[in-house]
Design a protein around this ligand. Structure first.
Ligand code: TYM
Length: 375
């Protein structure tokens, strides 16, 4: 279990407190994405994605090795996923938007895991039928992001078990309970399905190698909360004769309330892709900002964009122009831009985004068969 001494926690199940990302890089043993790596990606892809330019994707494991081999003509595969415990929120969309950029730029296949087993085993839903249904509901959001149907394979664990299970048991055989306990914090009371589950999330790391019949490196774009899975997978990879999976890690889009990650259990802290645009607007207008108590004070002293959830939403998803983002930051700090106005503009952008996303999500219903693979 990766708990740190400071007042924040990052595990695959819990993100709490003010995350110190530098400390996470140290504790997790990952590498920061540095200027040299950014220059390389820029050379290979043209203009850098704003999530790289702004350090929103900030850390990695072996991304440099992926690029070394790509430059030598070795294609890699992308792997990411979703735990279908409810509707998708904007935080989940962030790594998927970045994954689409990688698919477009590198022409890669994407393997997308829907962990209906995980969300049942860890008790987010009482019924397996429910998480399985949600897997296909959530797949509509994935498709709406715009992935290439010829190169994207979405699977729900319980419907693809015949393929995944033989890989998972090979991982499980090489992973002891004491390792799983140390990495994930399992207890004697943990159900045995949850203890096995990490082997299921490891399995797609080796799936492209198995399906293609030749070793294929996998790059996993996700927020850094999922990294503990890759740690155990990387340990067993050489023993199974596969390359270690590489990962590229993002920061977390904060909740609309003060501090912490978005939490699906606090509906007003996050915007779901299925929210009515009017409801989403209301959530934005109620959001925590870095504003002063009165208009006079704010005009005089300015706001604090660094602690403002509204500003973070611009930075993470709703302003891809760096110059405009800087203008907004400065206008806030100088007191020229007040929170009401800034929130109203964001609310409009969010509503527009949701309308478009929901249209694509509707169209995705007809495309589901092109993306889903089952046994
Ligand atoms: P899940 O459903 O919790 O999250 C799906 C993806 O969204 C990322 N994420 C966020 N990113 C930015 N800001 C946030 N506030 C935020 N909240 C969540 C997660 O890191 C993840 O990338 N066990 C996984 C499912 C899974 C998976 C994978 C995820 C299976 N295989 C491979 C990533 C890669 C889960 O429950 O994700």
């Amino acid at each position: 279990m990766v708990k740190t001494m400071e007042k924040f926690v990052v595990t695959p199940w819990e993100v709490k407190g003010e995350v110190n990302y530098d400390k996470l890089v140290k504790d997790f043993g990952t590498k920061k994405i540095d200027e040299k790596l950014l220059k390389r990606v820029e050379r290979l892809t043209g203009k850098l994605h704003y999530m790289l330019r702004r350090g929103l994707f900030f850390s990695h494991r072996d991304f440099d090795i992926i690029l070394n081999e790509y430059e030598k003509g070795q294609q890699f595969a992308l792997y990411t996923g979703r735990g279908p415990s409810g509707q998708v929120h904007l935080g989940h969309l962030m790594p998927w938007i970045f994954t689409k950029y990688l698919q477009d730029k590198f022409g890669t296949e994407l393997y997308f895991q829907m962990t209906d087993d995980e969300k049942f085993l860890f008790g987010q839903k009482e019924k397996l039928e429910e998480t399985n249904k949600l897997a296909y509901e959530n797949a509509l959001d994935v498709i709406a992001v715009g992935f290439d149907p010829k190169k994207t394979f979405i699977f729900a664990d319980t419907d693809y078990a015949k393929t995944l299970y033989p890989i998972a048991i090979k991982v499980a055989r090489l992973t002891t309970f004491s390792t799983a306990k140390a990495v994930f914090g399992f207890k004697n009371e943990s159900n045995i399905g949850s203890i096995f589950y990490p082997a299921m999330q490891a399995a797609p790391c080796f799936l492209p190698s198995i399906l293609k019949g030749r070793n294929t490196r996998v790059l996993i774009p996700a927020a850094i909360d999922q990294d503990p899975y890759w740690r155990i997978t990387r340990d067993v990879a050489p023993k199974l004769g596969f390359p270690k999976p590489a990962a590229i890690h993002s920061k977390f889009i904060p909740g609309l309330a003060e501090g912490g990650k978005m939490s699906a259990s606090i509906p007003d802290s996050c915007i779901f892709t299925t929210d009515k645009p009017e409801d989403a607007k209301r959530k934005v207008m109620k959001a925590f900002t870095g504003g002063a108590a009165t208009v006079e004070e704010q005009r005089k002293h300015g706001g604090k964009p660094e602690i403002c959830s509204v500003f973070q939403y611009y930075a993470f998803l709703f302003e891809d122009d760096d110059k405009k983002l800087e203008e907004r930051r400065n206008a806030c700090k100088s007191g020229a831009l007040l929170c009401g106005e800034c929130k109203k503009e964001l609310a409009e952008r969010v509503a527009k985004f949701l309308k478009e996303h929901q249209k694509k999500r509707e169209q995705a219903k007809k495309q589901l068969d092109k993306f889903v693979v089952k046994d």
